[in-house]
Design a protein around this ligand. Sequence first.
Ligand code: FAD
Length: 399
Amino acid sequence: MTTRRARCDVLIVGGGIVGLWCRALLEREGRSVILVEKRALGAGQSVASQGILHAGLKYLVSGEEDGAAASLADEYERWLDRLSGRGWPELRHTRVLAEKMVMWTTPSLASRAAGWLASPMMRSRVRRIEGDERPIAFREAPRAIGVWEVDEPAIDARSLLADVAACAQGPLLLGEPDASGIRADDDGVTVKIESAGEHVEVHARVLVLAAGLGNRELLRAVGVNPDDACQERPLHMVIARGAPAAIFGHCVQPSRKPRLTITSGQDGDQTIWYLGGALAEPPGTERSPEAQASYTLDEVRDCLPWLDVEGLEIDTLRISRAEGRTPSGRRPEGPVVHAQGRVIAVWPTKLAMAPAAAQAVLARIAPITANPGPARADEVEGLPTPSLAGAVWSWSRQT
Ligand code: FAD
């Protein structure tokens, strides 16, 4: 079988939010880029995310200092610009599912929460809402339950990925690098890729690893111990069909983690809740799917006692967050970039931090590729391209 030989400035492995954002930014800076994705665009964490463009507020509820809250707050204003068609990339077709999240408390915590949420730190971004201002799911809640509106939108991650993918023209290739076939030399990195039974050898001046959890194996292939560069935090998320009304919000408690975080979607005439927050974290990761489903129902009854949730059909999804390593194993405060010669691995930490992550990658690459090199990206023409991953509720039964 013949091997196609392609050349480009940058080969990106992984078509999640950060790989696609890097592609868009690099192409705009005049670099030739090929991106290879082994399953579908967003099929890792990006489509499985809850799509909340955090401004860092949920991390402030505990009153603890948190660097993530500061970096998210800076990025938040830029997201609003892009979503309204100003700034770049223009995210004109990205669906905003909720312009604001809500925070609410369980009845037993209602009066204490009023104190934290009215603190000077929160006051400028959080507003207590009453009566008809409340989303439909909270209209029947007892008056004693505090409901606050928070300046954080929730977006549809699939439409975001489609928008970012459309910002660049360089080839998107469905395929997977052969980890044993990655070779670095003085002027770049050569990667053997298998795509639909065909072999492609790509010579790139820089290799960007944007493969989320898949970065582990690729790092090992280039001689980096993945445990020195990245960490994995497992989650056990929950998908509930037949919800009584859409919710985009956090049920808060006096700790770093909301007790429940719910975002919503629609599948035909069914409203779907996608539930995370503390229930999806350890010890929730240790529960069987059945135990997790029953724990979730108890949590929902306790946190939303005024709603009828008896008809919910529950499914669970195990998925891990892939992040840059921190000494404590906790979430990094910003994106993490690990560079080894011409190989750059990136983990954005949050969907909301993907633009900052891509800027950090660009800053590393710019000096190496200052003068764009000869490109033969069209060698991959005709090979299959990855489609967009389906909505997360279409994956759940695979677990
Ligand atoms: P991914 O989206 O995982 O993309 C990696 C891609 O690489 C995948 O498409 C995969 O198929 C591909 N790949 C892997 N290995 C290979 C290989 N060998 N060859 C080719 N391709 C490969 N962040 C927020 O800001 N707000 C939220 O509400 C939020 N909610 C979240 C909820 C959950 C359950 C999870 C898990 C994360 C959430 N996050 C959220 C975090 C956010 O989703 C991630 O930080 C972000 O999506 C990571 O993007 P990525 O592009 O690095 O990785």
